[in-house]
Write a protein that binds this ligand. Structure first.
Ligand SMILES: Cc1cc2nc3c(=O)[nH]c(=O)nc-3n(C[C@H](O)[C@H](O)[C@H](O)COP(=O)(O)OP(=O)(O)OC[C@H]3O[C@@H](n4cnc5c(N)ncnc54)[C@H](O)[C@@H]3O)c2cc1C
Length: 598
């Protein structure tokens, strides 16, 4: 049990301090890929993670990672780029997308050499499967682009990156919670205040650069595929540092979560030939996406399922889900290609997916929005009419918005995103460290601010419980900011979330004698979720069009004239600003917006 009193009495004099060249907050694939690049270049790197590194959510990634290796069917990075731009509903920044798709094949091979045990084809090359939104020849036949290690690709990648970091002597602070960034008066980011979860000890980590790789915020919604820890802490830290976060109205609902529970059934299940049916046994995706059918992009499939259920064609006693059918694939394929899915479905539903259909419904999955960055992972903020890097601050992975996913991410592109931009940020930080050899002096006021925020969670006694408020916040977000949205419902959503924020002020930890530091952590996480819920509903209310995952029943069309732009949400005054999409790729012609059909 942690000593909560020691936190309250901590002050600047007694505060333990450590200095590193660079601080990486988050030990998922994004953080570890960046850390590896740095440690291998002999930088002194600290990685802080609130869970043991290999428990980060990357470990749960199932289906695979996209790269145009062309091991199964013809392919090239330019087609991959086209699919990603189209998948993003033209909101993705095309320079970043080109950069990512061109780097993909190289990075898969690099991971293989680092030890990732990819599944093999008969001829020994890396196995690839079909995923949603993939095409050959700019919108032609289905492509087969997702490199997989069975259905445990994230597990294989994360463990490999962790082991390589151990070898490279990266310094790990496991089960340490980052509370807030530390900035000086000139806006330089100089590290972060952290809390060791087991002991309650505080540690101030000073660094010449700080990289946020804290993952997504799936815990904003009640039914989600994310780990309990995915509370968007990095995004909230950025908001509290006075910087904006981008495109928060775009949250991906994955079509196939286990109905009522949320656990993910990988798109790879449809990639292997599985498909969705309604209560009449009809393969309904043929009506919504005649060509791609069940492998249309995720926003399209999620909306189709919601419409089937809404129009009374749902399955089960309550007609509240559809079925994913795999039995026609044969037990051998299902068990060999999708062993993790078989385990999960047997454990949670008590059925064998090779024999019985899996009940599924869309579930909150991926945070497309995030901390705005450039291609080198540098966090950028508006300055005059343009934008400039925030000195010393980087972000990569799901917490960042570079933006390669725009309004809708393609399956298999996130594992790619984290390694591509993890490496790019590592390289840029190395250059920064060469040019900036010394630590800047620390600003005590900023440390005090973080300490004050912590001290607020010493309060026990009468008041609402944190867990109750978290449940209510998640239900509120699901009800008012789900797959389909409208002005009326979103306005109510804003009011509801603001009311919850007010109630959070009076919330308390449980009885002091029984309080563990984990209770304090949950309170800090809820504060973070609250900031992000407000950012999400406000951004969604303002965007009066339908694009990608943001689907408005009162503005059903995409409106490129007024809305082909990124939103920026600021904590101060709950203000929204907008900035243009980077339409110009690095070396090829841009893909201008056109109607998106699958
Ligand atoms: C079930 C599931 C399946 C998926 N399948 C695929 C797939 O097949 N293909 C694909 O491309 N994508 C997939 N994704 C998406 C992809 O896995 C994630 O987007 C990606 O792995 C995120 O990596 P990350 O490094 O950004 O963050 P994460 O892996 O989420 O790691 C975040 C890290 O930040 C740390 N952290 C957070 N807050 C704090 C704090 N306050 N203090 C200290 N540490 C903190 C955590 O401890 C953790 O180490 C899937 C996602 C889910 C949920």
């Amino acid at each position: 049990m942690g000593d909560i009193d020691s936190i309250a009495s901590s002050n600047l004099v007694t505060l333990a301090r450590r200095k590193f060249d660079t601080l990486v907050i988050g030990a998922g694939g994004g953080g570890l890929r960046a850390a590896l690049q740095l440690s291998q270049a002999d930088a002194n790197v600290a990685v802080v993670s609130k869970v043991f590194p290999t428990r980060s959510h990357t470990v749960a990634a199932q289906g695979g990672m996209n790269a145009a290796l062309a091991n199964v069917l013809p392919d090239n990075w330019h087609w991959h780029m086209y699919d990603t731009v189209k998948g993003s509903d033209y909101l993705g920044d095309q320079d970043a997308i080109e950069y990512m798709c061109r780097a993909a094949s190289h990075l898969v091979v690099e991971l293989e050499h680092a030890g990732v045990p990819f599944t093999r084809l008969e001829d020994g090359r890396i196995y690839q499967r079909a995923f949603g939104g993939q095409s050959q020849n700019f919108g032609g036949e289905q492509a087969v682009r997702t490199c997989a290690a069975a259905d445990r690709t994230g597990h294989a990648i994360l463990h490999t990156l962790y082991q390589q970091n151990i070898r490279a002597k990266t310094h790990f602070f496991d089960e340490h919670f980052a509370v807030d960034l530390i900035l000086d008066d000139d806006g330089y980011v100089l590290g972060a205040l952290t809390l060791e979860i087991e002991t309650g000890e505080l540690l101030l980590i000073e660094a010449k650069t700080t990289l946020l790789a804290t993952g997504g915020a799936g815990q904003l919604f009640r039914t989600n595929t994310n780990a309990h820890i995915n509370t968007g802490d990095g995004l909230a830290m950025v908001l509290r540092a006075g910087l904006p976060i981008q495109d928060m109205e775009f949250f991906q609902f994955h079509p196939t979560g286990i109905a009522g529970k949320g656990m993910l059934i990988t798109e790879g299940a449809r990639g292997e030939g599985g498909y969705l049916i309604n209560k009449d046994g009809e393969r309904f995706m043929a009506r919504y996406a005649p060509k791609a059918k069940d492998l249309a992009s995720r926003d399209v499939v999620s909306r189709a399922i919601a419409v089937e259920v809404r129009d009374g064609r749902g399955c089960g006693a309550n007609g509240d889900h559809v079925f994913l059918k795999l039995d026609h694939l044969g037990a051998e394929t299902v068990h060999k290609r999708l062993p993790g899915i078989c385990d999960m479905v047997t454990t949670f539903l008590g059925i064998d997916p090779a024999v019985e259909h899996i009940p599924v419904y869309p579930t909150a999955h991926y945070t497309m929005g995030g901390i705005p960055t450039d291609r080198d992972g540098r966090v950028v903020a508006p300055v005059n009419s343009g934008e400039e890097p925030v000195p010393g601050l980087y972000a990569v992975g799901e917490c960042a918005c570079v933006s390669v996913h725009g309004a809708n991410r393609l399956g298999g592109n996130s594992l790619l995103d984290i390694v591509v931009f993890g490496r790019a940020a590592g390289n840029d930080i190395n250059e920064f460290l060469t040019a900036n050899r010394y630590h800047r002096p620390l600003n005590d006021a900023s440390v005090e601010q973080a300490l004050t925020r912590l001290a607020r969670w010493d309060r026990t006694g009468d008041g609402e419980s944190v867990s109750q408020l978290r449940d209510e916040l998640q239900s509120t977000m699901e009800t008012y900011c789900g797959v389909f949205r409208s002005d009326e419902v979103l306005k109510e959503g804003v009011d509801e979330v603001l009311a919850l924020e007010k109630r959070l002020e009076g919330a308390v930890l449980q009885d002091h004698s029984k309080t563990f530091n984990t209770a304090r952590i949950e309170a800090l996480e809820l504060e973070n979720l609250m900031e992000l819920a407000i950012a999400t509903v406000c951004s969604a209310l303002e965007r009066r069009e339908s694009r990608g995952a943001h689907s408005r029943i009162d503005f059903t069309e995409r409106d490129d004239v007024h809305w082909l732009k990124h939103s920026l949400f600021f904590k101060e005054d709950r203000r929204l600003d907008y900035k243009p999409v980077r339409m110009k790729p690095l070396s090829v012609e841009s893909f201008p917006p056109k109607e998106r059909v699958y």
